[in-house]
Design a protein around this ligand. Structure first.
Ligand code: S3P
Length: 447
């Protein structure tokens, strides 16, 4: 598991143009939700295309601990026999969510209104992340939580035996917080309402409806008002998980910046709450065509044809942040190669991800010879014709920081090393193989 084993230094060198087809794995957000909603349903849920990254495997294990039967039939093909809303059993041991903020926060929500007690922990990265943003609204249902100072893991939650429904306006744009409240609302009587001022990824809403919940979404001047009728009978479903746009981001950005490249990335989700990176790249002058648009697994998808492009810096508007929150690290790498400055504003949420991603990117890019400006809520990258590289970048147990600096190494004068590539397995276990298959020179340092 990432953060628990020996670090695995990795290195990327400049080399040939990238070409071929990049089959990126299933969407991480949807994979977590499919397992959790399957566990909260009556009957069997059959999942295809499940991401078998460590984050999702940890959620599968947790669902077993709460009483669901979770079975792997083959690669990406899983079944979940659920226990129904309110049917969670008390886990016999601590729930270790590894590196996954989504896993722990959604599972906390899912158990919060059942009369069970559970203790959660995670790796060194997850134990630094704030859980109060989830346990504060869960307290409104009657859930009690005791953790370390600052609302950090390990943390024990005592589920509300007699939950009351809540109306909650999320103070930060976070799909994890929204989803935790909605999942808790499932076992509360009456209507639970979540209001979000800015739209965040809407997979929980889409899937709750798909599993039979009565859920409405209204766009109002105050924001998106999501109303869920409590205590529905959720029924097991077939879920085809689309490919993850956040993983697609790495080969897409690599092909854009490595001269002569052309790749095809099929079946990538184009959900408007997730596609801010692609909008931004096109604004920067990226040659991306969105071929064969269609619907898969309830999500809009397209095949992305990506060609090396001359890019220029842009100002990314703060209101786009939620739709590309996980993609800023790799955008910062693309920005390093673009003409002029790329200004990323309204991005303070990056400071509470798997690492402080503003700091991690700023320090690593500076070490590779780039000029960076930052403040609490902003990252500005000044692009250059030549990137010296030659540094070892700290990844802070953060998969996306590791993958981003490896992409940078593909266009740097000297190779770029990351101190630990092992966290990549949390979201994109096949990253190295996939990138090498396209022609990228990426591998372990000892090679
Ligand atoms: C996720 C929501 C985002 C994102 C994370 C996945 C989800 O976090 O960064 O990788 O699946 O709900 P926040 O909700 O904290 O913004």
């Amino acid at each position: 598991m990432s953060g628990h084993g020996e670090p695995v230094p990795m290195i990327a060198r400049r080399g040939a143009a990238l070409s071929g087809v990049a089959e990126v794995p299933g969407d991480k957000s949807i994979s977590h939700r499919a397992l959790i909603l399957g566990a909260l349903s009556i009957g069997r849920t059959e999942i295809t295309g499940l991401l078998e990254g460590q984050d999702v495997l940890d959620t599968a294990k947790a669902m077993r601990a709460f009483g669901a039967t979770v079975t792997r039939l083959g690669p990406g093909h899983w079944t979940v026999d659920g226990v129904g809303v309110g049917g969670f059993a008390e886990p016999g041991d601590i729930i270790d969510c590894g590196n996954s903020g989504t896993g722990v926060r959604l599972i906390m929500g899912a158990m919060a209104t059942s009369p069970v007690t559970a203790t959660f922990t995670g790796d060194a990265s997850l134990r630094k992340r704030p859980m109060g943003r989830v346990t504060d609204p869960l307290a409104l249902f009657g859930t009690r939580a005791v953790g370390r100072a600052g609302g950090r893991l390990p943390m024990t939650l005592v589920g509300a035996a007699e939950p009351v429904p809540v109306c909650y306006t999320t103070p930060v744009p976070s799909a994890q917080v929204k989803s935790a409240v909605l999942l808790a609302g499932l076992n509360a009587p009456g209507q639970t309402v979540v209001i979000e001022k800015e739209a965040t990824r809407d997979h929980t809403e889409r899937m709750l409806r798909g599993f039979g919940a009565d859920l409405t979404v209204e766009e109002t001047p105050e924001g998106r008002v999501i109303t869920l009728q409590g205590q529905p009978d959720l029924t097991g479903q077939s879920v085809a998980v689309p490919r993850d746009p956040s993983s697609a981001a790495f080969p897409v950005c690599a092909a854009l910046i490595v001269p002569g490249s052309e790749i095809l990335v099929p079946g990538v989700s184009q959900n408007p709450t997730r596609n801010g990176l692609f909008t931004t790249l096109v604004e920067m002058g990226a040659d991306i065509t969105f071929e064969n648009p269609r619907e898969e697994g309830g999500e809009p998808v397209a095949d992305l044809r990506v060609r090396h492009s001359r890019l220029h810096g842009v100002e990314v508007p703060p209101e786009r942040a939620a739709s590309m929150i996980d993609e800023y690290p790799v955008l910062a790498v693309v920005a390093a190669t673009a003409t002029g400055a790329t200004m990323m504003r309204g991005v303070k949420e990056l400071r509470v991800k798997e690492s402080d991603r503003i700091d991690a990117m700023a320090r690593g890019l500076e070490a590779c010879g780039l000029r960076i400006e930052e403040d609490q809520d902003t990252l500005i990258v000044h692009g250059q014709d030549r990137i010296p590289g030659g540094a070892t970048c700290a990844t802070h147990i953060d998969h996306r920081i590791a993958m981003s600096f490896l992409v940078l190494g593909l266009v740097s004068d000297l190779p770029v090393t990351v101190d630990d590539g092992s966290p990549i397995a949390t979201s994109f276990p096949a990253f190295e193989d996939l990138m090498r298959g396209l022609g990228a020179d990426i591998g372990p340092v000892t090679r």
